[in-house]
Design a protein. Structure first.
Length: 201
């Protein structure tokens, strides 16, 4: 819980929602960033350059001519992968603009996530997570990459602790004397309110 609050508090600037078309096709073979390698060789000619993120990217499948029956979801946190290439029927993410359902064939979109409920639907099975913040990258080839700062399976959350935390932060907000104290208390209220809504909704 503390980790969710601290990560929500540290989530910095806002990325505006982008609905313009963007490429979803990574190269078939990852290529090195030649400018980076050249700069590295000037500084450390006797040491092999480290790999850049491009070297770790897996090729994306091309955009199909027809809408697939399943959505491929990758759901990752900074320290682990929750879902990797998981084929599902739908995912619902807590975007800053509201709950956003993503089905196969969804238009290419980038959405910022807010504290709230993320649900993964496979037929009648629904897996729910509470996420603190992050981004969802929906590609035109029916692949959704969801990157969360922190996430917890909803079943692991103690509703009594959520109620206690909400009461504590509401009290701190009403008694806060500085802007910093108000901001920290408001983040606590917002996160606990979202937790409470996820548990009762």
């Amino acid at each position: 819980m503390q980790r969710i609050l601290s990560r929500a508090a540290s989530a910095g600037g806002r990325l505006r929602r982008c609905t313009a078309a963007f490429s979803t096709d990574a190269p078939a073979v990852a290529t090195e960033d030649s400018a980076f390698v050249e700069a590295w060789r000037k500084v450390a000619p006797n040491i092999d350059p480290p790999k850049t993120p491009l070297a770790f990217m897996k090729p994306r499948p091309p955009t199909p001519s027809s809408i697939p029956t399943k959505l491929t979801v990758n759901f990752v946190l900074p320290y682990k992968s929750e879902l990797a290439n998981k084929e599902v029927d739908m995912v619902i993410v807590p975007a800053t603009t509201g709950q956003m359902g993503v089905l196969p064939g969804h238009v290419a979109t980038i959405a910022e996530l807010k504290p709230g409920l993320l649900s993964v639907h496979e037929g009648s099975d629904v897996t729910k997570y509470f996420v603190s913040s992050g981004f969802a990258f929906i590609h035109a080839n029916s692949v959704a990459d969801i990157v969360a700062v922190e996430a917890v399976p909803l079943d692991n959350i103690d509703s009594s602790q959520v109620q206690k935390g909400l009461a504590d932060f509401t009290q701190k907000l009403s008694s806060a004397s500085s802007d910093l104290e108000k901001a920290e208390a408001q983040i606590g209220v917002d996160v606990h309110s979202a937790l409470n809504a996820a548990l009762t909704g």
